[in-house]
Write a protein that binds this ligand. Structure first.
Ligand code: SF4
Length: 395
């Protein structure tokens, strides 16, 4: 059941890029950065004979440095940022009473499906970019990264940005009009494993002590659970009360939104409304057959792959019938152990807003972190819509 229905634009045909990435790294023309998705650090362990469910974050950081990346960052930093932007967008829509329910937009398999099959629903999609795209945009074009020193000084060439994702559709996302240029190359978890093997790096024997570079490397437990179905919604719920200015926090853990079984999960969030999670594109299609979803929910998370990104088409293939459960357990364990578990508690995210973006959904945040959609039957239309949207945004 891995990612069979999810890539209507043909991104499922995996175009390997790892040779190109190795060549570019070897040429040393630009400073290179890599970001790693939450689902990758769990599943890559299986490629090297480690027990399914082993969390290999630090080992993976060491392997990426040995491959020659100058900076190793965490996509989870941008997942926390996504929550600040998407959560604020939800609250603004609730206030205005438009564009509800809000559909999450971090899964390109789902975004492509809506553009292709139900363009009438585009106003429901959150305009917030996915964590992959946000991270690339910040690494390349924010003033915030300048604190990393001379490599990122003004006037230097943009860094070469690679992302490692559980997902073949992420390759397509990186080429979307209006977002192309945020990320130069996308590798799947499987491709990265091949790259590591090709260099003879003994992954399983590496010491488990690597550290992400900072800033753009800090994250909370809320970001880590993005890798599992229901994780994006649970992360958003954890931050909703804070964004509303409430002096109390909602509970951290929402069991009703967890689980890898197919279908729709729901929870009613005090002060927000009822939210839903569609686990797999088939359950979203099922939900959209009726009209009840329009009034039943204020927000809907859709991840095209069953289990969420943990079951993504770029993850290692497994014959283990319990593999999704094991990978999910690992992800929730990382969250449970995290010193900070709500996205707004991320110190780097707070510093980014203080120094550059002012507040979520500000004009500066929109320029860097939001995007546009258009019916997929026309790439040209998507491009025109994007140019129009940039025009309006930049006044
Ligand atoms: Fe990619 Fe994750 Fe969406 Fe699957 S659920 S298509 S892995 S983003």
């Amino acid at each position: 059941g891995q990612c069979t229905l999810v890539c209507p634009v043909g991104a499922l045909i995996e175009a390997p890029h790892w040779h190109e990435v190795l060549q570019t790294l070897g040429a040393h023309r630009r400073v290179s950065v890599v970001q790693v998705a939450p689902a990758t650090r769990v599943a890559i362990s299986e490629e090297f004979g480690l027990t399914p469910g082993t969390v290999s974050t630090r080992r993976l950081i060491n392997a990426l440095r040995q491959l020659g990346f100058d900076y190793v960052f965490d996509t989870n930093f941008a997942a926390d940022l996504t929550i600040m932007e998407e959560g604020s967008e939800l609250l603004a829509r609730l206030e205005a009473g438009t564009g509800l329910p809000l559909f999450t937009s971090c899964c390109p398999g789902w975004v492509n499906w809506v553009e292709l099959n139900r363009p009438d629903l585009l106003p429901h999609l959150s305009t917030t970019k996915s964590p992959q795209q946000m991270h690339g945009a910040i690494a390349k074009r924010s003033g915030f990264v300048r604190s990393l020193g001379a490599d990122f000084a003004e006037g230097r060439a943009e860094p070469y940005v690679v992302s490692v994702m559980p997902c073949t559709a992420k390759k397509d996302e990186a080429r979307r009009p209006g977002q192309s240029g945020d990320v130069d190359h996308v590798l799947t978890t499987r491709e990265l494993a091949r790259m590591i093997r090709s260099r003879g790096i003994p992954f399983a024997a590496l010491s488990d002590d690597g550290q992400f570079d900072s800033p753009l490397g800090e994250s909370t437990g809320a970001a880590q659970i993005f890798g599992a179905s229901g994780g994006v919604m649970e992360a958003m719920v954890r931050t909703a009360a804070h964004l509303k200015g409430a002096d109390h926090d909602l509970p951290l853990e929402w069991e009703a939104l967890r689980g890898v079984g197919q279908g729709i999960k729901t929870a009613t969030i005090p002060g927000v409304g009822t939210v839903a999670v569609c686990n797999g594109i088939a359950s979203a299609q099922h939900m959209l057959e009726g009209e009840g979803w329009r009034s039943a929910y204020v927000a809907v998370e859709v991840m095209a792959c069953v289990g969420g990104c943990l079951g993504g088409g770029g993850e290692p293939k497994s014959m283990d019938p319990h593999i999704l459960r094991k990978r999910a357990a690992a992800i929730y364990a990382v969250d449970a152990d995290a010193p900070r578990r709500r996205s707004y508690e991320n110190g780097d995210v707070q510093a980014l807003y203080a120094s550059e973006l002012q507040s979520p959904n500000s004009p500066a945040a929109h320029r860097l972190l939001h995007t546009c959609y258009a019916p997929r039957h026309s790439r040209r239309l998507l491009l025109m819509r994007f140019l129009d949207c940039v025009d309006r945004r930049d006044g």
